[in-house]
Design a protein around this ligand. Sequence first.
Ligand code: COA
Length: 335
Amino acid sequence: MSKISAAITAVGAYVPEYILTNKILESMVDTNDEWITSRTGIKERRILKGEGKGTSYMAIKAAQDLLKKSNTNPEDIELVIVATATPDMQAASTAAYTATHIGAINAFSFDLEAACSGFLFGMSTAAKYIESGRYKNVLLIGADKNSSMINYEDRATCIIFGDGAGAVLFQPNEEGLGLQDEYLRSDGTGREFLQVKSSGSSYPVTAETIAKKENFVFQDGKTVFKNAVFNMADVAGKILKRNNLTNNDITWFAAHQANKRIIDATAKRIDLENEKVMMNIEKYGNTTSATLPLLINDYESQLKKGDTIIFAAFGGGFTWGSIYLKWAYNSQKTN
Ligand code: COA
């Protein structure tokens, strides 16, 4: 029997309707479109509005888009993983709520938190269940409502982040397509450079932490930038080397959309042409766990069976890694 590999066989996405443009941000903080565009590549981001709507709202919509497009019966799904840094609430699993609401009544489910590397680590996790031979349908969703932890008076962070969700279905493949290799890393000494200090058990939310605005994202942008470029290039380079891949073998580079300059610099370090670099940061900003599935969704119509895709991500923790995947199908879409 040939080895079972784990392939992506369907994609779906959802972004909220409300568009927060650079122009609108100019009226909120001391910034301007030129600064934001030249430093980050971001033009606009989506924000989820509406009382009581959390990350699961977008996760459910992205999953429903996938189910509809691929004509998948939710009752066939055995596992739902929601990668997120902004779960609906502490203690209750966002994935459990999501799974039930999409009709995946035969699935078990759990959340996975690895900040901006959450979806990448989720790809690795989903693939292991498939490769074991025990599971045939694993739904991986990356979803984040970053606006829930952003201070819209802090120009250093509010220009970067947006809300959104994307979903992929992993299924067994016996043609050798799907996930080929991975190199995943973390380093907890990076925690001080990117965090929401008062959001968990070490500094529970109090009136005092709120007054100090510690319930919002803090980041040391320069340190994060340097580490992101160095580490994403390092792991992607290692993946290429140990799989004997040259840049001619790579069809696409799908990097976490944190900053266009980070992506460009990483691609340059591994010697990749611009045309191979997937990019949609201008539309959504940094959507944390959702950037990679939103990229795949936007590029789906251009992907062909057998395409070589190198994924890379970097995020809070620090967490980072790279995955080498062979695309498993030709899109039916004509756009
Ligand atoms: N509009 C206008 N000016 C701004 C600004 C904004 N939104 N934000 C900061 N500035 C100012 C700073 O105050 C500073 O002014 P000064 O020189 O008078 O002190 C100047 O612009 C340069 O700031 P700096 O922080 O050095 O800019 P930068 O080139 O490092 O860009 C980031 C800032 C945040 C865009 C960049 O560091 C970055 O993208 N870092 C990585 C962030 C990231 O990707 N995080 C998620 C990782 S998963």
